[in-house]
Design a protein around this ligand. Structure first.
Ligand code: NAI
Length: 318
């Protein structure tokens, strides 16, 4: 198979001074992309600044690649996109990767811990993406990667702020994928699990050794390539595996025994086991399917009501 290359493409990678972002930057640059290595250089909790983006830029240049460093915070995302335009005249790929942690159990979580985590993960991704969007729209081309987390998808103790922001990025991705569809702008999400300073005290040591961030970089790079046609995907990746994550909806149940019955708190209680029974759960890919599902149910309701009147049999195979 021909190598998938990125010649002529310009990529902005936020938080690329270390961890996962660094691996994305090294791989894209090795395959011909010009890279903006953004990193504020803060500590894990978002405090402080340093220029460790320089080390990554040097590594790329030493290998013959093209890269510039950018030290802006993603909170000022428009400045990061400007760095790409000023240096390379365009932007094709945006990888929203920068992140911080301010883990606390909810009672101890301050408003500042909540706001700062949202500012970096969610608002930061909004700021860079919004600034890049006008270029993507004009050139009818763009590849965007959001970075979510299992903590967002499933919840994690002590990470209410982080979990909320990370699932917010999934909603952002789903909605933006729809808006980008007719302009060849693909918006996808990576859910990584890898050894980095964010996970060094969370993952057991042997797992930490094995979960190399460079195993995730090819997945992100593929989703950033011009040949990649998917959009609105949420892809979990670790240890050289990748899988798609998706919401499913239970088949559900009417909340009454026959159409003429009222829906009451007690009837909800009676039917609850069926409400949460995930056997045969459905994949819903598009919001239109939710409306269609509703329309189908109404149709069934009307037809059956005509055939069976008000009888219990109507509900049996609803
Ligand atoms: P990391 O701490 O090595 O990388 C994050 C980078 O973002 C740091 O270099 C940091 O300086 C930079 N950064 C922080 N605030 C910034 C700001 N305001 N503007 C620009 N840069 C900023 O951590 P890691 O693990 O590489 O994380 C990368 C992304 O992956 C994060 O969004 C994280 O939440 C996410 N993630 C990582 C997981 C893992 O297992 N490592 C699990 C799930 C999600």
């Amino acid at each position: 198979m021909d190598l998938l290359r990125f010649d002529g493409r310009v990529a902005v990678i936020t938080g690329a001074g270390g961890g996962l972002g660094k691996e994305y930057a090294l791989l894209l640059a090795a395959r011909g992309a010009k890279v903006v290595v953004n990193d504020l250089g803060s500590a894990r909790d978002g405090v402080g600044k340093s220029n460790f983006a320089d080390t990554v830029v040097k590594e790329i240049r030493d290998k013959g690649g093209v890269a510039v460093a950018d030290y802006n915070s993603v909170v000022n995302g428009e400045k990061i996109i400007k760095t790409a335009i000023d240096n390379f005249g365009r932007i094709d790929i945006l990888i929203n990767n920068a992140g911080i942690l301010r883990d606390k159990s909810f009672l101890k979580l301050s408003e500042q811990d909540w706001d700062l985590v949202h500012a970096v993960h969610l608002k930061g991704a909004y700021k860079t993406t919004h600034a890049a969007w006008e270029y993507f729209r004009k050139q009818n081309y763009g590849r965007i990667i959001m970075t979510s987390s299992n903590a967002g998808i499933y919840g994690n103790f002590g990470q209410t702020n982080y979990s909320a922001a990370k699932l917010g990025l999934v909603g952002f991705c789903y909605a933006l994928a729809l808006e980008g569809a007719k302009y060849n702008i693909k918006v996808n999400t990576i859910v990584p699990t890898a050894a980095s300073r964010l996970t060094e005290d969370i993952l057991p040591p042997d797992m930490f050794q094995a979960m190399k961030p460079d195993l995730i970089a090819p997945v992100v790079a593929y989703m950033s390539h011009e040949s990649f046609d998917g959009t609105g995907h949420v892809i979990d990746s670790t240890l050289g595996y990748a899988s798609k994550v998706h919401f499913v909806k239970s088949v559900g149940t009417p909340l009454k025994k026959k159409p003429s019955d009222p829906v009451t708190i007690e009837s909800v209680k009676d039917f609850w086991p069926k409400v949460v029974d995930m056997n045969g759960a459905k994949h819903i890919d598009k919001i239109a399917e939710v409306s269609m599902d509703l329309a189908d149910r109404l149709q069934v309701f009307e037809n059956r009501a005509k055939l069976d009147g008000d009888r219990y049999t109507y509900w049996k195979d609803y």
